[in-house]
Design a protein around this ligand. Structure first.
Ligand code: ADP
Ligand code: MG
Length: 201
């Protein structure tokens, strides 16, 4: 089953000097696939992720999500679709620093209407999965970089996303931690059939 498909997508940033960031992109990601996109800085990787994440719109071309063209949806519809479809992992983690690890994973669920007790239960399970049960009650800023990224992965997977979008997820991590994060992503992909799109340089 195809999760997302881009057909002939272009993205042009307007301005005094136009930037043609994406040109004729055709991309299909199927359920359970793990796709890596690499390219030098400035190649358009983040632009591509922003388009896929419904944070930005293509200048031309079609974006099919579950076979429906979503390129013309309004912002409300896009926001809803975004939180129901994707998990996100960022280079700089984007955790709430003073909140507990458990809250960081549970809060997104609560925003989506899951009652707190159930959100906490799902968050505990996700944290166990990424090997962080013992850090559950720590504040996020008490963790190492690798641990922070595991929290972000738990937060991404707790929503049961069809696709996880990761923009240079190991960009701030040392070599050994990078390997363990990639192993975790591969395990998740294989065991839970979650599709991943990883961007790395
Ligand atoms: P990457 O993530 O591969 O480093 P980006 O997608 O961030 O590349 O950028 C691709 C090109 O688009 C670059 O030339 C960049 O300067 C340009 N660009 C990115 N975002 C914007 C924006 N909001 N406005 C204008 N130009 C942009
Ligand atoms: Mg980038």
């Amino acid at each position: 089953m195809t999760v997302i498909e881009l057909v002939d997508v272009d993205k042009v940033y307007p301005g005094t000097v136009q930037v043609h960031a994406l040109r004729g992109v055709n991309l299909k990601i199927n359920q359970g696939e793990l796709v890596a996109i690499t390219g030098p800085s400035g190649a358009g990787k983040s632009t591509l992720l922003n388009v896929l994440a419904l944070l930005d719109t293509p200048t031309s071309g079609a974006y099919l999500l579950d076979d429906t063209d979503v390129s013309g949806l309004n912002e409300d519809a896009r926001a809803k679709l975004r939180s129901n479809t994707f998990g996100f992992i960022f280079q700089s983690f984007h955790l709430l620093k003073k909140r507990s690890v458990l809250d960081n994973v549970a809060l997104g669920l609560q925003y989506r209407g899951v009652v707190r007790a159930q959100a906490l239960q799902l968050a505990r399970e996700a944290l166990e999965y990424v090997g962080l049960s013992k850090r559950r009650d720590f504040a996020a800023d008490q963790l190492s970089g690798g641990e922070r990224q595991r929290v972000a992965i738990a937060r991404a997977l707790v929503n049961n996303p069809a696709l996880v979008l990761a923009d240079e997820p190991t960009g701030n991590l040392d070599h050994k931690t990078t390997e363990s994060i990639f192993e975790l992503i591969q395990t998740l992909n294989a065991e839970q059939n979650i599709a991943f799109l990883l961007v790395t340089h």
